[in-house]
Design a protein around this ligand. Sequence first.
Ligand code: SAH
Ligand code: SF4
Ligand code: F3S
Length: 442
Amino acid sequence: MAKRFFIKTFGCQMNVNDSEKMAGLLRDMGYEKAQTPEEADIVIVNTCSVRAKPDNKAYSFIGNLKRLKKRRPDLVVAVAGCVPQKEKEQILRFPHVDLVFGTFNFVKLPQLLERVKREGRVVEILNRKIPEEEKLPLVDSYLENPFIAYVTVQRGCNRFCTYCIVPFTRGRERSVAPHLVVEEVKRLAERGVKEVHLLGQNVDFYGYQGTDLADLLYMVSEVEGVERVRFTTSHPAGFSERIARAIRDIPKVCPYVHLPPQSGSNRVLERMNRGYTREEYIEKVQMLREFVPNVALSGDFIVGFPGETEEDFEQTLSLVEECVFDQAFVFEYSPRPFTKAATFKDDVPKEVKNRRLQTLQELVKKQALERNLERVGKVEEVLIEGFSPKGSELYGRTADNKPVAVEGSEELIGKTVEVEITQASPFFLKGKPVTTGVRSKR
Ligand code: SAH
Ligand code: SF4
Ligand code: F3S
């Protein structure tokens, strides 16, 4: 029987893509995917340390594998990703962990597993990019969804926001050569992928020998078979008119931008070292809406950053009022090791953080509902991804990234369907197909 792997992934899309690559490497070695850790010969925990919550969850997941390892000593337990990258000592305290590696060398998984077989426990944490990283675009990702794929185009971050651990766990910014991105997208399209998400920690700063993100969007959109191109995460200091024009001018590029403001208070933005003011953020959004009036906007926010007053928070609310969001990911500030803000006094009480989080979420919920209600009765193109979790309806997304439950049957999966929107809630639409026609373009 073939050996089996199980990968548990915490964190962002970048981590999800790293896991898909590791799964691809294991598949190429003859492994199959297991449904549970119990059925697996190797369990990899791909960790995230961006906030206290995913960090704690990763530790408890690792802790829970102890019993399994006791029962099955031949099981290989591996810990990867952002947590061991900076805190390998903490991971090494778990005696049942056989392999520890980081964000720079996961491409070497096959060699590392060989070493575990020979040597027992293996720990390899590297601190900078290795040449093998350039082979990653050549590894076929293991796709969870056969129609939608992530493609990492830029790794690392040079910006050092004072709250953020990412520059420490992912290293300096580096971009993937455009011909390698296009080659990967072509192979994905040949495998039936319809939608690609170009990923970068700050994807707007993508740059490779004169090729910028706008150029890359043109290049990727030329790949036959690809119907939709998305990109994330944007940074307000990097998001340019060239990118806004590319969204407007390239039919395949989706009118959706994730542009995290973090805060609407200049005082807080400055202390976060974000590199822009609230006025500049608002201007960027205005510029974007001038080029792409129907664009959907989402963002990340941190509430309760050290020293954030009620007045600062009011400024965030007023920025949200002014910009209008379709979705917001709101996080309570938590101090992270190695960051500058960890030296600031974490002085906003937990209850206040929580209240601010609720207030901000309520405001965005109201805005999102208003925007979604306007769509009832309209016809939208929806790429059907599969069945909804309940299984009774189909599930897909509009070009601007709204999830839609669609009436219909299996043969629509993987197709772009015209859907009449019949119902709206803040973050979800419902609809029924107008025709079952297949569209190749938006
Ligand atoms: N530019 C990156 C940001 C990664 S972190 C990207 O999106 O690829 C994702 C989000 O986590 C950030 O936008 C921020 O809102 C939040 N975050 C980061 N560090 C945090 C901290 N110490 N406390 C609370 N939230 C944090
Ligand atoms: Fe973190 Fe800031 Fe870099 Fe984003 S831009 S990864 S929030 S340091
Ligand atoms: Fe988490 Fe690392 Fe991504 S800390 S958010 S997995 S870059």
